[in-house]
Design a protein around this ligand. Structure first.
Ligand code: ACM
Length: 767
């Protein structure tokens, strides 16, 4: 990517960028012969104070990247970088021209924002110089290019959910630094939700005293909020980087943290706790109470003063209407206003909120659910459930930001669930995100300008630390940045991947974590075989894989994976991916085990259909907490799925459901073979072997493992803890066991014809 040559005599080091690449891809880029040499004599030349501010911003960045300390001047000198505002240019207001010549560089734009983006592109033309502090006299050769650039979309955004997990001001500033290099211009700050209120509101101190603290036990309390000073700091930092900060005050749903602080704002006033579970709470702000509107108005007044952005997000998503249906006040209001139903009541609520925003000259954005009961002419829509809401809104003349979950939800898996760290669910690998076009064909030609752009959303239920947040953000957010900036006709995934290879080392300089495609293929890390096994691996997009079979971690010198690997003896395989600049992914370790068939039981007599079920009440977080002598209820179930509780999915978990469940009996294996089993239960035993031992804290997605079984009946034990860990209720999992033979694609459910129990009064062992 760059070359360094050293001139001993002059102690001068020349660093050349041999691979100039810019991301997002500019509108047009012409590579020319020659280069500009930047050295200690180079200066910035600017034609007004505003342009000078931009130059000063980049003086620091250039110093950081090269060690050079450039001066600024309002007099044109040789060997200078010109940053010039020219209002006569025919360009979008965010656009710029960047031309490099042998003796100077010229960046011109109609606005300071355009100059900022032009300079960001210039920085990307620099070679990466890892250890410049050791170089006394450096000269940096910047290749000659001729660039005209302007964005495809006005809205190029990212959402960060700080309610489910809190992120520090430092973390946010670190991201804003990098987002600015990608020309991302909107930071959507999801500040409030059922699981925590995170912004100081002076008039309502309990919002943060009570509403920002989740959890009742000291050991599990989760706390964090931004003071108004913090908010000002973030907003100012973002502004310097031409990023607007759009606050979200989610209402009337996603409001449990508000109700925990101010229960009088619920339809039925009672004690509320902040929601500790993920999912949506049905307790919401009461649309029938006038004091709710006063509260909203007061909060908006304080927030509007903190956020200069013209846009203000008011949520409106996932609003269960149960409280409103049961509320006399809401029903009275529906009648009085001549509304059809609770959906129209939500529209009434939103319209009143919009009026409050208009007083502060703010434009309202809401999630697409608010279309259900109708919206005002001036409402703007963020389309997340898919594109349908966005299409409808745009065709009706509303401005729309596209954030369809299937393409740009960054809390979704970016690779196989089997190898990736726990994510929310879903599947948005890099190419799917990259290929997303925010203008669906179904939007009429003359309405397309209503699509303001797109945004990647990072919801934080499973994103509980900075490292994993960055891992989920990058590189998919870089793909979103390119879609936001680059014209559809200029987008190309292979070109993007090539440029990404240049950006990975840049991300390293920012100390930002990022996803490297992991070796996928086998769905389990425990592979049993009888004679031999062939294992093919793949990655979500092309990247080199390396591996070892001697138990050591792979290095850059390890064997390269080129074709499926064949094993004839028990082996520990360690396999990883490696990027062109040498960074190695997390290592995947597979135990590949040669195993004889497990023989079926011979003594199984007197069998009847079904399994014995033993349940022990209590909230256990691991199996070791269960004592042998604990009182248990024992009965028979015909089918494994009968072990499921009935519950209100995702909303409520009944405390009386907390328990440990043991299912015991026999499984009838139809023919000899290697079998794979899949389950979200804590342990699956077959014979005396622990086939699945689910060790991850959140038991959300099934684990898989294999065992060689002879036809016939084998002992079966399933152990399952019904608990809540890290916001996930295992009650939300289906109690089931699935199986497949080695070469079958699909799993089948172990059904009532395959399970038996011994028809005696024999005691069940606990473990
Ligand atoms: C959302 O994902 N509920 C906007």
């Amino acid at each position: 990517m760059f070359s360094i040559s050293c001139h001993e005599k002059e102690k001068r080091v020349t660093v050349v960028n041999t691979n100039p690449r810019i991301t997002p891809m500019p509108l047009s880029l012409l590579e020319k012969e020659g280069s500009f040499t930047m050295d200690k004599k180079t200066s910035f030349y600017t034609n007004n104070i505003e342009a000078r501010k931009i130059a000063l911003f980049f003086v620091d960045i250039i110093n950081e990247k090269t060690g050079l300390q450039l001066q600024t001047s309002d007099v044109k000198k040789e060997n200078s970088i010109h940053l010039l505002i020219d209002s006569s240019l025919e360009l979008d207001e965010e656009g710029y021209f960047l031309k490099t010549y042998e003796d100077h560089i010229s960046i011109t734009s109609r606005t300071t924002k355009g100059l900022f983006y032009g300079a960001q592109s210039l920085i990307q033309l620099f070679p990466l110089i890892p250890n410049h502090s050791f170089i006394e006299d450096i000269e940096v050769k910047i290749p000659s290019v001729d660039i005209k650039d302007e964005p495809a979309f006005k809205w190029r955004g990212v959402l960060l959910d700080v309610s489910r997990h809190f992120f520090t001001v430092e973390f946010i500033k670190k991201q804003l630094d990098f987002l600015a290099t990608l020309k991302i211009n909107k930071f959507h700050w999801h500040l409030t939700d059922d699981q925590g209120w995170r912004i100081e509101i002076k008039q309502y101190p309990k919002l943060t005293e009570i509403g920002a603290k989740r959890g009742s036990k000291k050991s599990t309390v989760y706390h964090g909020f931004y003071t108004q000073e913090d908010v000002k700091e973030v907003v100012a930092y973002a502004k310097e980087r031409f990023i607007d900060v759009i606050p979200e005050f989610d209402m009337p749903g996603h409001a449990k943290a508000i109700l925990a602080a101010y229960p009088e704002l619920a339809c039925e006033e009672k004690h509320f706790e902040i929601r500790e579970l993920w999912g949506v709470d049905y307790n919401i702000l009461c649309a029938g109470k006038e004091e709710v509107y006063i509260f909203v108005e007061n909060v908006i007044r304080e927030m509007a003063a903190l956020f200069p952005s013209i846009y203000f997000h008011v949520g409106g998503d996932e609003v269960p209407k149960r409280n409103w249906k049961e509320s006399e006040l809401c029903q009275k209001l529906i009648k009085k206003e001549g509304l059809k139903d609770e959906k129209e009541l939500q529209s009434y609520f939103m319209a009143r909120v919009e009026e409050m925003l208009h007083i502060h000259n703010k434009k309202m954005i809401g999630w697409d659910e608010i279309l259900e009961g109708g919206i005002t002419e001036t409402t703007n829509i963020m389309s997340w459930q898919g594109e349908i809401g966005g299409i409808k809104a745009a065709n009706e003349g509303h401005d729309v930001i596209m954030t369809p979950l299937d393409y740009v939800y960054l809390n979704f898996y970016q690779g196989s669930k089997h190898v990736e760290p726990m994510a929310f669910g879903g599947h948005t690998p890099l190419q799917k995100t990259y290929d997303y076009n925010p203008i669906p064909d179904a939007i009429e030609e003359n309405k397309r300008h209503h699509i303001l752009g797109l945004q990647g959303n990072l919801w934080a239920e499973q994103t509980d630390n900075d490292h994993i947040a960055e891992y989920q953000l990058y590189p998919r957010l870089i793909a979103i940045a390119e879609t936001g900036w680059t014209m559809e006709k200029n987008k190309n995934f292979n070109s993007f991947l090539n440029r990404l290879n240049n950006l990975y080392p840049v991300l390293d300089t920012y100390e930002i974590s990022y996803h490297i495609p992991l070796p996928e293929g086998p769905s389990s890390d425990h592979i049993v075989f009888l004679d031999s096994v062939i294992l093919p691996f793949k990655t979500t997009h092309p990247v080199k894989m390396i591996y070892t079979t001697d138990g050591s971690d792979p290095t850059n010198h390890s064997s390269e994976y080129t074709e499926a690997l064949k094993f004839k003896k028990t082996t520990i395989l360690k396999i990883a991916s490696v990027l062109p600049h040498g960074k190695i992914s997390k290592v995947r370790t597979l135990n590949i085990v040669k195993q004889p068939y497990l023989q079926p039981v011979t003594e199984a007599m007197n069998l009847s259909p079904g399994l014995k079920i033993k349940t022990i009440k209590g909230h256990f977080v691991n199996i070791d907490q269960i004592q042998r002598e604990m009182p248990a209820e024992v009965s028979i179930i015909k089918n494994i799925k009968e072990a499921n509780n009935t519950f209100d999915w995702g909303h409520e978990v009944k405390k009386e459901n907390f328990r440990a469940v043991f299912l015991e009996g026999y499984i009838d294996i139809p023919e000899d073979g290697v079998y794979y089993f899949s389950s979200t239960q804590d342990q699956i035993w077959i014979g005396d072997q622990l086939v699945i031992d689910y060790k991850k804290t959140i038991k959300k997605h099934p684990e898989e493992s294999s065992i060689a079984l002879k036809k016939g009946k084998h002992k079966l034990k399933i152990i399952y803890l019904n608990n809540i860990i890290k916001g996930w209720a295992s009650d939300w999992n289906t109690v089931e066991l699935k199986f497949r033979k080695e070469f079958d694609e699909e799993y089948k459910v172990v059904n009532e014809n395959m399970i038996f129990h011994q028809n005696t009064k024999g005691a069940l062992s606990l473990k």
